[in-house]
Design a binder for this molecule. Structure first.
Ligand code: TXA
Ligand code: MG
Length: 335
């Protein structure tokens, strides 16, 4: 190992020790995960949890995901754990999958939003895992962490985004570089009856179905108002965002331009014509790459100060489901 690498590692380790001390003192620490940055607090400290809701401006009945160092800690947080959990954890943890299980009676109401279930996840990021190991240790403690953005807004995928969103509301931001996945975890409800995907993510229904031995269902009406990521208007930029089928993109852009609007188009291919009031930004044709880039791109597009962000609707197949879901909500939330 080079001297520079060793120094970098030492600096990160001391950052983690500081973060752990702040968390034990009931402060908020933003940390990187492979999906998006999380706004972490001690999941056993009601005062620390209250700070999360205040910092985000989030309604208090919206439950939080508890992040754990490894699957062996599940029993501290959940009861009646179905057999499928072992298989799913072995296949996907650490990774971008959140499991909804029946809550252990010791879990705080503030974390579950008063529901009888709890969301658990082991994130796949070295700094997050280091933090969770040092914080939770043998006691099996966990970190409650929503995405580190203000309620209804675009999730942060870099430390700089977190600073823009939350500024002084957070005691410390651990910088782990840009997030590898880029959109939030898949949420799978295993708390009763058949497994259901409540929020699609990059671990898709096909791979989950292969592990479960049957395809999961989608949606969960009983949960609908409680899953903020399932609200119609969410993940939204400030500029109005419209989706248009690739074939309609040109006509939609022309109409907006004719109405005097300044338009930025996000699509794999440039528009068929150019116009002084229209800009184009390239989108990836690969769903994983698209997911990786989209939140940072929405922030950049927003900063252009156009009247309309126009995005080509992704293909209607399973690989694009999670991305299509976020774009639809961003479009509903921007109006
Ligand atoms: O990738 C992620 O999941 C990121 C990173 C930081 O781990 N976290 C995240 O948290 O997206 P948040 O709070 O922004 O979204 C979590 C979603 C919310 O929509 C919440 O309502 C839902 O998970 N959720 C949490 N606990 C739940 C429960 N017990 N039942 C149903 N939904 C739950
Ligand atoms: Mg969120």
């Amino acid at each position: 190992m080079t001297a520079q690498l060793t120094a970098e590692l030492a600096a990160q380790l001391s950052q983690v020790s500081r973060a752990v001390a702040l968390l034990h003192a009931g402060e908020l620490v933003a940390f990187p995960t492979e999906t998006v940055y999380g706004l972490g607090a001690d999941a056993n400290n009601p005062f620390a949890i209250a700070k999360i809701f205040a910092a985000k401006g989030r309604p208090v009945d919206h439950p939080l995901i508890v992040h754990l160092a490894d699957a062996s800690q599940i029993g501290r947080w959940a009861i009646d754990i179905p057999e499928a959990v072992g298989k799913l954890a072995a296949a996907f943890w650490p990774g971008p999958l959140t499991l909804i299980l029946k809550r252990h009676p010791d879990v705080l109401d503030a974390v579950t939003g008063g529901q009888d279930t709890v969301g658990l996840r082991v994130p796949n990021h070295p700094l997050a895992l280091q933090l969770l190991r040092e914080f939770g240790g043998a006691s099996g403690g966990g970190l409650a962490a929503p995405s580190a953005n203000r309620f209804g807004r675009v999730s942060p995928t870099t430390a700089a985004h977190v600073r823009e969103e939350l500024g002084d509301a957070v005691a410390m931001i651990l910088d782990g570089g840009p997030c590898a996945v880029g959109i939030e975890s898949t949420i799978l409800d295993l708390s009763g009856g058949e497994p259901r995907i409540l929020r699609p993510g990059m671990i898709d229904a096909d791979v989950i179905g292969a592990v479960l031995g049957r395809p999961p269902a989608f949606g969960g009406q009983h949960n609908a108002p409680r899953v903020s990521g399932s609200l119609e208007a969410h993940y939204a930029p400030r500029t109005p965002l419209q989706l248009a089928a690739a074939a309609d993109l040109t006509a939609t852009a022309r109409k907006a331009l004719a109405a005097g609007q300044r338009v930025v188009v996000l699509a794999a291919q440039p528009p068929a014509f150019s116009h002084e009031n229209m800009a184009w930004r390239a989108a990836s044709a690969d769903p994983a790459r698209f997911a990786h880039d989209i939140y940072a791109q929405l922030r950049e597009l927003d900063a252009l100060g156009c009247d309309l962000i126009l995005i080509a609707t992704p293909a209607a197949d399973e690989a694009w489901r999670a991305v299509a879901d976020r774009l639809r909500r961003a479009s509903a939330g921007s109006k």
